[in-house]
Design a protein around this ligand. Structure first.
Ligand code: A3P
Length: 283
C-alpha cells in the first residue's frame, strides 16, 4: 500500500518523495495571506476546499467549476502540489494531510491561517476503506477487520489518525488556527460557513452565503466534474469499483462495523485519546 517511509511515516512514492517532504517541512515558506486546509484523509478535505474556494470568490461558483480541486488548492506535500504551490500567485489556498510535526516549520512564524477539519474516526475508517478499494496506489485494503487494525495501529499513509488529531489539537489556541468537524458542517452548513468567514475576516452578504451553501452541497459536488474525482484517470482511481463522492453522511460506520469491532475501536480510542479534554461531536 505504501512504499516510502519518511521519519517513520508511510507515504507513496507515486506522489511523494523524501526530497519534497523534507523541503516542505524545513524550507517551504508559508505566507501571511495563505489559507491552508488541514485534514487527516477522508475527513472532508475536498468539501472544505470547495467551501473555501466559494468563500474566496464571494459565493460565485465559476472558479471552482473551472479548475480541478488539486489545482485550486494544491496539496503541498505532494511532488505535483508543491510545484503548483510554488507558482501559485498569492493569496494561496493550500491543502495538507501532514501531521503537525511534518508541517512547514515556517508556520510558527507566520500569520498563515490553518483550518483543521476533523471527522468521527469510525466514519474516516469506513470512507478510507472504500476509497482504498478504488485508489489503485493503495491496493486492496483486505477485510474491514484487517484494515481497522492497520488504521488503529497507524500503519496507513500519513500517520495514525490519533497522532494527527492530537498533534494539531496542540495548536488549537493559536489565533490563526480554526477547528471544525465534518459533523458540524453537516448539521449546520450555513452557520459553519459564517464561522469560517469570521475566522478569515471575510464579509459575505446573505445571498453570497446562500450560494456557498448551495454550491458546496453533496449533490452539487457529486455532479461537478471539477469536484467529483471523475477527472482522475482510471489508472489512479478505478471508477468502476466506486465513487469518490460515496455517501457523504455521518454514522455510516454503523452499517459496516460489527458491535465487537466498534467496541474494540472504542477501547483503543479511549486509550489513545487520554488527556485530550476537548469534546468532539462524536464523543
Ligand atoms: P464518504 O466516503 O463517507 O462518503 P476527503 O475529501 O477528505 O477525501 O473526504 C471524502 C469524504 O467526504 C467522503 O465521505 C465524501 O463523500 C465526503 N464529502 C465530500 N464532499 C462532501 C459534501 N459536500 N458533503 C458531505 N460529504 C462530503
Amino acid at each position: 500500500m505504501t512504499n516510502l517511509i519518511y521519519k517513520g511515516i508511510f507515504f507513496t512514492s507515486q506522489f511523494h518523495s523524501v526530497e519534497t517532504l523534507s523541503y516542505v517541512e524545513n524550507e517551504f515558506q508559508l505566507l501571511d495571506d495563505d489559507i491552508v486546509g488541514v485534514t487527516y484523509l477522508k475527513s472532508g478535505t475536498h468539501w472544505m476546499q470547495e467551501i473555501l474556494g466559494l468563500i474566496r470568490h464571494d459565493g460565485d461558483p465559476s472558479w471552482i467549476q473551472s479548475l480541478p480541486v488539486w489545482e485550486r488548492s494544491p496539496w503541498i506535500e505532494t511532488i505535483f502540489g508543491l510545484k503548483q504551490a510554488l507558482k501559485y500567485p498569492p493569496p494561496r489556498l493550500l491543502a495538507s494531510h501532514l501531521p503537525f510535526h511534518l508541517f512547514p516549520k515556517s508556520f510558527l512564524h507566520s500569520k498563515a491561517k490553518v483550518i483543521c477539519t476533523v471527522r468521527n474516526p469510525k466514519d474516516v475508517l469506513v470512507s478510507f476503506y472504500y476509497f482504498s478499494k478504488c485508489f489503485e496506489v493503495y491496493k486492496d485494503p483486505g477485510t474491514m477487520e484487517e484494515f481497522m487494525e492497520r488504521f488503529l495501529s497507524g500503519k496507513l499513509p500519513f500517520c495514525s489518525w490519533f497522532d494527527h488529531v492530537k498533534g494539531w489539537m496542540e495548536m488549537k489556541d493559536r489565533p490563526n488556527v480554526f477547528f471544525i468537524a465534518y459533523e458540524e458542517l453537516q448539521q449546520d452548513l450555513r452557520g459553519s460557513v459564517e464561522r469560517i468567514c469570521r475566522f478569515l475576516g471575510k464579509e459575505l452578504n446573505s445571498r453570497q452565503i446562500d450560494s456557498v451553501v448551495d454550491n458546496a452541497s453533496f449533490q452539487k459536488m457529486k455532479d461537478k466534474k471539477m469536484s467529483n474525482f471523475s477527472l482522475v484517470p482510471e489508472s489512479t482511481f478505478d471508477h468502476k469499483k466506486g465513487t469518490f463522492m460515496r455517501k457523504g453522511i455521518s454514522g455510516d460506520w454503523k452499517n459496516h462495523l460489527t458491535v465487537a469491532q466498534s467496541e474494540h475501536f472504542d477501547r483503543v480510542y479511549q486509550e489513545k485519546m487520554q488527556g485530550v479534554n476537548v469534546p468532539f461531536p462524536w464523543d
